[in-house]
Design a protein around this ligand. Structure first.
Ligand code: NDP
Ligand code: HSE
Length: 436
């Protein structure tokens, strides 16, 4: 059988990894796919670098439009990133009847509905294993391996850059900016690293997982997004003293009222496996009603780990190329006409536990005032830590862990606590998940 011909758009970090792994493992991959997979064309703005990387083994062009419209190309791999040109190219490839593989979570989380509809209408696949958790096959697990289950919740460390930053800051006491630069050097960070540190990239991934897990459309605009830029070293320390680790978690949870979809720094009990995921590693816990909790762990970013997922999609499409489009695994796991519109809940309706840190005057009655406000707001206290004031200081930190309550209760209580004359500045609030 003649090789399946692939056009690669963008030969940067992930593109070069894809080219190299495909070449290195070509025989093994062919034995699995049942057919040779050949990158026949590469498009990149930097044609000189692209030619160096591909060593004359395929045609290199600067204009990606030439690839998506080329009659010999069966599958287009989009590894440019972003929602601009990448969207145009993906839509053109689909219109031209090409299957698409992409690692572009930003594109799918924002324009996924339009893209999947176009692909469905044209009978082509859009495969995106690399878009969530890099080399960890979480899309396949959710869409196929766990298909018997009613998924209850998903919680994941799904941004390697921020996990790397948090780990290095905690273990080596390095500064935020220094570690971010290192993450960029290692190829983990997005082109615009604010996507990583502000939680946007993790929210793109949580959005994609929520669609597959619950059979709802991708709705990034409804996700709650909070990054790690406001985290203080003291909170990481206090959390440790209380037996917790702080991780940037992407959470999607089914509740009777709707779906929670949120990304924020989260305290997790230190004894949980996921609390011990360090560096650029990713991990996702999925709770299914039949299987219980399952954990998926591996490299969430980087050239070859991500290439591993891109090539898995290439093999899947190669195997499926001749299958009837109506009977393939649906893009979002659920049949397109069986999607539901369960609402995504606003953050005020979310229920979770909280870590609260406040700076208070070291005088009698302060703690009683704070706990009274919490009790009046029906917020129950789980644990408390009061630091001794440093020599000569009149103020000290109080840290309170709460039991589960609604976000709106906590926000109201914080307003009242901040209004106390004995409380200095703002109360720091970090959400806490037991994940049990
Ligand atoms: P890079 O920036 O390393 O690579 C992108 C490549 O695309 C560059 O070579 C760039 O060229 C080229 N390019 C830009 N515009 C065009 C264009 N109009 N036509 C042709 N080529 C173009 O990005 P990554 O490889 O890191 O990321 C690619 C995608 O994979 C993104 O969607 C990213 O979110 C996703 N991803 C990345 C992971 C990672 O670990 N890096 C992990 C998982 C997903 P030039 O450099 O000259 O601008
Ligand atoms: N910037 C992303 C991360 C790349 O750090 O996880 C993988 O999607």
């Amino acid at each position: 059988m003649k090789p399946i011909k692939v056009g690669l758009l963008g030969i940067g970090t992930v593109g070069s990894g894809t080219f190299n792994v495909l070449k290195r493992n070509q025989e093994e991959i062919m034995r699995r796919a049942g057919r040779a997979i050949q990158i026949a064309m590469v498009a990149d703005l930097n044609t000189e670098r692209a030619r160096e990387l591909t060593k004359g083994e395929c045609e290199v062009v600067a204009d990606a439009n030439l690839v998506v419209s080329h009659p010999d190309i069966d599958i287009v791999i989009e590894l440019i990133g972003g929602y601009g040109i990448a969207k145009d190219l993906v839509m053109k490839a689909i219109a031209n009847g090409k299957h698409v593989v992409t690692a572009n979570k930003a594109l799918l989380a924002t324009h996924g509905t339009e893209i999947f509809q176009a692909a469905q209408a044209k009978g082509v696949m859009v495969a995106f294993e690399a878009s969530v958790a890099g080399g960890v096959p979480i899309i396949k697990a959710l869409r196929e391996g766990l298909t018997a289950n009613r998924i209850e919740w998903i919680a994941g460390i799904i941004n390697g850059t921020t996990n790397f930053i948090l780990s290095e800051m905690r273990d080596k006491g390095l500064d935020f900016d220094v570690v971010l630069k290192e993450a960029q050097r290692l190829g983990y960070a997005e082109a615009d690293p604010t996507f990583d540190i502000e939680g946007i990239d993790a929210a793109h991934k949580a959005t994609i997982m929520s669609a597959i897990a619950f059979g709802i459309p991708v709705q990034f605009d409804k996700a709650y997004v909070e990054g790690i830029t406001k985290l203080q070293a003291s909170d990481i320390r206090y959390a440790e003293q209380l037996g917790y680790r702080i991780k940037l978690l992407g959470i999607s949870k089914r509740t009777p009222k709707g779906i929670e979809l949120r990304v924020h720094p989260t305290l997790i009990p230190a004894k949980r496996l996921i609390a011990n995921v360090e560096g650029a590693m990713n991990a996702v816990v999925v709770q299914g009603d039949a299987v219980g909790p399952t954990l998926y762990y591996g490299k969430g970013a980087g050239s070859e780990p991500t290439a591993s997922a891109v090539i898995a999609d290439l093999v899947d499409i190669t195997r499926l190329a001749t299958a009837d489009p109506e009977h393939r695994v649906p893009h979002l796991a659920f049949q397109p006409d069986a999607m539901t519109d369960i609402p995504i809940l606003p953050m005020s309706e979310v229920t979770t536990s909280y870590y609260l840190r406040m700076r208070v005057a070291d005088q009698p009655g302060v703690l009683a005032d704070v706990t009274r406000i919490l009790a009046d707001s029906t917020i129950s206290i789980d644990a408390m830590l009061q630091k001794e004031p440093s020599e000569g200081e009149q103020q000290t930190d109080i840290i309170i862990l709460t039991h589960q309550t609604q976000e709106k209760n906590v926000i109201a209580a914080i307003g009242k606590i901040e209004a106390l004359s004995t409380v200095a500045g703002q109360v720091t609030k970090i959400r806490l998940e037991h994940l049990n």
